[in-house]
Write a protein that binds this ligand. Sequence first.
Ligand SMILES: *Cc1c(COP(=O)(O)O)cnc(C)c1O
Length: 363
Amino acid sequence: MKIPFAQFDTLHARLRQEMIEKFSAIYDRGIFILGEELAAFEHEFAAFCDNAYCIGCANGLDALTLTLRGMDIGEGDEVIVPSNTFIATALAVQAVGAICVLVDPDPETYTLSAAGLDHFLSDRTKAIIPVHLYGQTADMDAINQFAKTNGLKVIEDAAQAHGAKYKGKISGSLGDAAAFSFYPTKNLGALGDGGAVVTGDLQLAEKIRAIGNYGSREKYRHDLSGVNSRLDEVQAGLLRVKLKYIEETNAFRKHVAEMYLAHIQNDLIVLPKTKEDCAHVWHVFAVLCERRDELKAHLEKAGIGTIIHYPIAIHKQKAALNLRYDALPVAERIAANELSLPLYYGMTNDQIDAVIEAVNAFR
Ligand SMILES: *Cc1c(COP(=O)(O)O)cnc(C)c1O
């Protein structure tokens, strides 16, 4: 049995008709940028996130960068980022000229905790970007409390956590602003690139919208220096179709994860841990194994595709990044030991069982 790491077949077969009808409508309407699909998607996605405003943009990296710019975070400022995130979180901080202060995450949940953050504060610290890594929200109450005490902004990197919850509150409503990506493989994925910022702050929302549209609030009048980062009509329209199914697709992901959690039993493998107050959306099912590369090869032999999220920690990358950090043992352990198992909408029980069996057979 061949089991890819991820595939769209089942979802796309199911949505085919609706997606094609949506595309036809946009094609015939002839408006491709800043039209009614984007306005409707922004409205619907803000509501989904239980927040007031959503601004579509070109991708998740831009969503982070535009938010930092909107908050006037820049040259010489410091932003706290978990050490084990995808590179985009650090690149956004870099893009505005700020210093990325890397902090090791909680070794159990792999997300940022507020414990020990004191140590990383300076008088230049302006914001914290907790990342809801793999689909689990970070320890938001403690992080928000810490931020409030120290006058910092909190930007959720929710690129992996559409629909995830913390104490019953949904991601996108847990900080001052949240950045989402709609990269095709994310829990809500476009058929290309896309991103969005969600916030409850009207002034910030308007500023971010202007920066992403050439710094313009009114056509040909440019009060801010901006960029071109917009979510186009085709992607917005197709995302509207997919958004209708996200509860169902997230529930399916949870079903697969629960099967893995209940039936994978192997002393060589550390299963992911979910905090009681978190509703995980399982963007990634991450196991740790000290002999990770052997496990990957073993699964490959059984026809099972896996991915490593991420093989090289940010502070070990060759790219010239403006970083500050102490020792980062947790990030290094995750980079050395992490392996993500197949998990996608439409996986059959036979496929799920085959993954479980193969993982359990690893010696
Ligand atoms: C995917 C991702 C991003 C970047 O999103 P793009 O749309 O690919 O630019 C940022 N942060 C995290 C944690 C991600 O997983």
